[in-house]
Design a binder for this molecule. Sequence first.
Ligand code: SF4
Ligand code: SF4
Length: 260
Amino acid sequence: MSKPRIGIYGLTGCAGDQLNILNCEDELLKLFDIFEIKSFVMASSAADEESPLDVAFVEGSVSTEKDLEHLKEIRKKSRLLVAIGHCAVFGGVQSMFTGKKWEETYRAVYGKKDAVSLTRPLPPKPLSAYVKVDAVLPGCPIEKEPFLKLAGLLAKGVVPRHPDFPVCAECKWKENECLLLKGEICLGPLTNSGCGAICPSLNIPCIGCWGPIEKENWEAEAFLLKENGFSVEEVVKRFAIFGGEERAEKLKKFLEGKEG
Ligand code: SF4
Ligand code: SF4
């Protein structure tokens, strides 16, 4: 049986996800054994960009026209496309100030028109804003174990669905004492699971880095926190990780409405 052909690519991001794949060390040889790696520029410049792929792993957000062209090329030749890391899955830090203020922010950082024509920027977005994404692996950067688990399933032809239940479930399975009861702002109830509730297990509140669950009830948690004495500003600041300024504005109005 022929080995599944894979490619590992990076768009705009810090390349931390590709680096963590390289950091698999003990398992790396096994990965090379299971898959036929057609392209992994961080590991080898000998890339084959012509052959079709069974699976493409892509990290980074789409932040330039060049990123978009590259992504479309990858999508065209790949049976499955997997977004790895927060930038590819959610847009990452660079997508936090989009909308009306994006161009303003870009020019404030990079200045003149020349930079714009040179880099051909786009408002940073996740891969799914432009192409079909078959599976996701969040993380900033991705963790070794979930990546190896995902790669193992894909090698067997299984495309896993990302769980849609909150970090709280994993936290409860670990029998942790809830940090909300200890007076902390923990975003576990709103955050997609998969990380194994690493932070609350170490007594550190979840900041929501695996992204929001589909049916998050942010109003309920925001109201509870306010009832427990947290200021509107503090709650809004923490919740802004999901949906940036737009969400912050909505939440502020909601909490101030409750004040009245
Ligand atoms: S500590 Fe956080 S993640 Fe754990 S149960 Fe409480 S709110 Fe949920
Ligand atoms: S911040 Fe939350 S989602 Fe991110 S690793 Fe910690 S517990 Fe998991």
